[in-house]
Design a protein around this ligand. Sequence first.
Ligand code: PMP
Length: 357
Amino acid sequence: MSRYWSELARGLSPYVPGEQPRIAGLVKLNTNESPFGPSPKALEAVRAAADETLRLYPDPQSTRLREVLADYHGVAPEQVFVGNGSDEVLAHAFAGLLKQAGPLLYPDVTYSFYPVYCRLFGINYETVPLDAGMRVHTPDYLGRGGAIIIANPNAPTGIALSRRQIERLVAARPDIPVVIDEAYVDFGAETAISLVRDHPNLLVVQTMSKSRALAGLRVGYAIGDAALIEGLTRVKDSFNSYPLGRPAQAGAIAAIEDEAYFQQSRLAIIANRRALTTDLASLGFEVLPSSANFVFARHPGHSGHALAAALREQAVLVRHFSGPRVSDFLRITVGSSAELGRLTEALAATLAAPPPH
Ligand code: PMP
């Protein structure tokens, strides 16, 4: 705290990202990064962009990238917004769309950045409890609220809603903006992008950080009705006109164009998730049904906190959240087969050890 801080800075409670420690031989399963590298073509494009043209500002509209994304998703370029990671895209959506007279609704267990943005932008919100199975119950979002945001699949549960459920929700609330945060959609959920055409209140947000393995490049995007996108652009151009540098724009374009690599790596994650789920179940864990690149699992005999600490001792990092309903669980990123082997070995050793006195 400093006396020079503004009232705004004093009132914030910032998001706490997963650790990025430098520990030799670390198995890092705490921030949902891809165990596979990005597309070699994306790397080549980033390298090629690192030339003398870096003295020039990038295209502030990321025109070519938006065209490529529009083409890929079957929409018009005016329906595509890009930003510095989907976190930034979400920030602009909170400021530009989700701040309404009525409270913003989102699940009580979800991405912990949402309340942080509400605080930053002075947005009133109400959380809506997940059901007993830790699922989002969309009928609870009807008849109240001034805006809605739902992560699909939800984080940190990994549980997905169907496109049909999203469709019913956006159709039932045509009066208010609905944002679907699809950071993990490529690992087994249905995207709502095709609903954008008939639902001018729907904004779908995706990222290149997970299924395209480009978390370090910081590229996210949103797809929605052109008028919604214009609202985001107004906020962006009041904040930072050049959110994506030249290497980021070039790398993102090449990543989208490398469909074969994308399919191969997302299918490998899905296969590893199945193996991880089986291994965890055989160690006595309850594993929620995940459509993401992580699983949310708890053990009846051990607290989430103790398990995460024991794994850390063995150089295996997973994410543990404190808080009601989630503190028993571990959120474990689906890594490579070798990483998951190390994880299950470490868990087996921990579970076999006598409990501390
Ligand atoms: N949405 C959800 C649900 C997430 O878990 C994350 C990753 N922390 C993001 C958005 C943001 O990802 P990025 O900024 O890397 O696109």
